[in-house]
Ligand binder design. Sequence first.
Ligand code: UDP
Ligand code: MG
Length: 315
Amino acid sequence: MKKISLIIPCYNEQEALPIFYKEVTSILKSISFDYELLFVNDGSKDNTLQILRNLTKEDDHVKYFSFSRNFGKEAAMYAGFKNASGNYVAVMDADMQDPPSLLPQMLNILEQGEYDSVATRRVNRDGEPIIRSWFARRFYKLINKISDADIVDGARDFRLMKREMVDAICAMGEYNRFSKGIFGWIGFRTYWLPYENTERVAGETKWNFWKLFKYAIDGIINFSQAPLSVASWGGMTMTMCAFISLIVIVVRKIIFGDPVAGWASTISVVIFIGGIQLFCFGIMGQYVAKLYLESKHRPHYILSETNASDVGMLG
Ligand code: UDP
Ligand code: MG
């Protein structure tokens, strides 16, 4: 019998977890597949771990992997992918924003064999601040233009994938992970399933505008070298302009004998160029910082507790 693995990253999800578990179990029981639920406790500070321990006592479909601290959703997903044994694997949020009711339909599409993965995208952004939606849309336009990562606007991390895809994802062992980009970068045939956005059932979102903004910048730096070219092209244009104005000043001096004037404008130009230089250094710094972290080869996560056997505690 074919098996489905569901990966559920959990960070402070004590209210949502019982609701999620009940709903997803009733759906998985109704289809003719074996299944496992891989809960990754990402250093929760509430009772999430206790709830997971209790679930394993009642249900042997449940496995949990508990991190030694909060490593972030990307690390949690990676831990799930590395330990999933199913023929089909999906990542799902614990807050019911990825509706488990879509699973049978997604399985159906994969079983027909034409696609390697079924990904979900929300068609509306109801309940989200307008400014956040605006930035999100700009981000998707930009990253598709300047990188190989094919990312659809409104794409969620919720997607059901075949084994081959999961193996490809595990093979991408980079430290700075941006899964939306990784899913697109590895290729394969993906079916996009649109659905209406739903609000979280319980608990609170872990994202604010500033965190999302940093996430977007990380996505761009991880999947594109375009900012580096912008820095060098900008520098080149500035040099050209400076050169031309130099010639103009010299010629004007020779022909008209202008006295020196414009102390203020000189200072503004110096400051302006200084600013641009620092900005470009900053861009380079971002890449160097990523390189620095990558070169340390630190583990993506550290497990402190799990009920699964044969699992490496570092990954
Ligand atoms: N999450 C996690 N580690 C974190 C932050 C979030 O594992 O550091 C999990 C969280 O428990 C949830 C999923 O990632 O299952 C999505 O988080 P959230 O619902 O806060 O994000 P949103 O849906 O608001 O984008
Ligand atoms: Mg959510």
